[in-house]
Design a protein around this ligand. Structure first.
Ligand code: HEM
Length: 485
């Protein structure tokens, strides 16, 4: 009968025993995504854990994740009401707020602005490409400077500055020098952002930790102040844009967002959403992009034969007299294959930003109530032995077809930008950017690791996995080319 069916549907999800007060918090380990994949072997792709005072459903593997995020896209489009989420972008973040009509309007403005400045037509595509090429060329010079007299250096900071500069060029029409101390200090601080909002961070699920002095409370306070500092920086720049705003001439993304929100009749968004949108775009674009480039350089150093193969390919297809461009993409399929394999193998955004259910829903026959926190394990999709041959082996050629072209079906199976209603809005921009940065760096430089520091894939966990500091040095290949070349 219906009553028995409902009871069966609503049975408790499988999952490990949860201890009083802390639940399963102490079992997550250093790399929660790997713990979650191991638990999936025991409890199935959909199971429940308890973190402090929150029940959390963890989704693993391609089938369960796609069923949830695509077939039940609206039910899984929420974000939990975590206190830390409300501290981002003055409490009006597009990324960290729950599913609502207002969120939809907000996402639409951000998405259309990003498109208008990157891919809307051939003119904007060229302008975007020029920004990326200029930033990549500057990076080459900074790397070569740091490698003077064969010295080794840490590339992480410079990559963070380059990624942030690119977003600032798009949003504010200006970039900052690599030696601008104020800018660097702010960026070094935002680097810690992902530690607090990554799935498995404990500040939000154990609110009592905030009521007495302890290391978790310190994380929380640092998070609050770094968000305020970054948001003040953005507010300042947006205020300057408002003062000189001309509806006839849209200079950059800040102007476009001002127009889209403040000058739009019946907008569901008040003017304070302008700075929140700009802050979200810079924050989301900068952290993920610099992390992607750190892993790419690390893997180029770790696999010197692959680096040499990429050098030969670029010399053959592009030559030494000009820099690579987007038009070279199809003839440089191995570069894209190398990037996809880095995204798959490292899965440097291993879990998406936490989701929550917007209504009761069933996945793989298991009932999940409304307002449940949901963790989505992208790493498990990228290491699923049913989908990937030797998933723990780094092999970019798995993405090439028999003609040496990029295999779109295989590359489409990599999950790092999530899917469904909350999928990343910057994935296209990110792919072009990572391709151009990688192609220009390889065209201009060789990368060598510091033999005195063992190269490992060890990393720190957060929203993005960051490699531990590693030393490299670069050597110029042929002549130095600028964007005018
Ligand atoms: C959200 C990955 C670059 C803007 C996300 C999410 C992931 C992700 C996993 C969360 C999706 C979810 O919760 O289900 C990445 C990766 C990038 C990248 C791996 C680079 C390699 C960018 C760039 C931008 C951007 C360049 C913008 C310029 C956003 C925004 C969201 C988002 C605004 C929030 C979407 C929402 O909550 O509706 N990204 N991202 N991302 N990303 Fe990206």
């Amino acid at each position: 009968c219906l009553w028995v069916r409902n009871l069966r549907l609503k049975r408790r999800l499988p999952g490990p025993f949860a201890w009083p007060v802390v639940g399963n918090a102490m079992q997550l380990g250093q790399m929660p995504h790997i713990t979650f994949a191991k638990l999936a072997k025991k409890y199935g792709s959909v199971y429940q854990i308890r973190l402090g005072c929150s029940d959390v459903v963890v989704l693993n593997g391609d089938r369960a994740i796609r069923e949830a995020l695509i077939q039940h896209s609206t039910e899984f489009a929420g974000r939990p009401k975590f206190v830390s989420f409300q501290m981002v972008s003055g409490g009006r973040s597009l990324t960290f707020t729950n599913y609502s009509k207002q969120w939809k309007a907000h996402r639409k403005v951000a998405q259309s602005t990003l498109r208008a400045f990157s891919s809307a037509n051939s003119q904007t595509k060229t302008a975007f490409e020029q920004h990326v090429l200029a930033e990549a060329s500057e990076l080459v010079q900074v790397f070569l400077h740091h490698s003077t007299d064969g010295r080794y250096f840490y590339p992480a900071y410079e990559l963070t500055v380059a990624a942030a500069n690119l977003m600032c060029a798009l949003c504010f029409g200006r970039r900052y020098g690599h030696s601008d101390e104020e800018f660097r200090t702010m960026l070094e601080r935002i680097d810690k952002f992902g530690e607090t909002v990554g799935a498995g961070s404990l500040v939000d699920v154990m609110p009592w930790l905030q009521s007495f002095p302890n290391p978790v409370r310190n994380v929380y306070e640092t998070f609050k102040s770094l968000n305020e500092e970054f948001f003040t920086f953005v507010k300042d720049k947006v205020a300057q844009h408002r003062d000189s705003f001309n509806p006839e001439a849209t200079r950059d993304m800040s102007d476009a967002i001002i127009r889209g929100i403040e000058h739009e009749q019946d907008s569901l968004l008040t003017k304070e959403f302008v700075e929140a949108t700009v802050a979200d775009l810079i924050g989301a674009g900068q952290d993920t992009m610099s992390t992607a480039m750190q892993w790419i350089i690390l893997l180029l150093v770790k696999y010197p034969d692959m680096q040499a193969k990429l050098h030969r390919l670029i010399d053959d297809k592009v030559g030494r007299d000009r820099l690579p461009s987007v038009e070279d993409r199809s003839s440089l399929a191995l570069v894209d294959a190398f990037i996809f394999e880095t995204m798959r193998f490292i899965s440097f955004v291993p879990l998406t930003i936490p989701h929550s259910t917007t209504s009761d829903v069933t996945v793989e026959g298991l009932y999940i109530p409304k307002d449940t926190v949901v963790f989505i394990n992208q790493w498990s999709v990228n290491h699923d032995p049913l989908k990937w041959k030797d998933p723990h082996v780094f092999d970019p050629t798995r993405f090439l077809d028999e003609n040496g072209a990029l295999d779109r079906d295989t590359s489409g199976n990599v999950m790092i930008f999530s899917t469904g209603k909350r999928r990343c809005i910057g994935s296209q921009v990110a792919k072009v950017q990572v391709f151009l940065f990688t192609a220009v760096l390889l065209h201009q430089c060789t990368f060598e690791g510091d033999p005195s520091v063992p190269l490992t894939l060890d990393c720190s966990y957060g929203l993005a996995l960051k490699p531990l500091q590693f030393g490299v040095r670069t050597k110029l290949r042929g002549k130095l080319l600028g964007t005018g070349s």
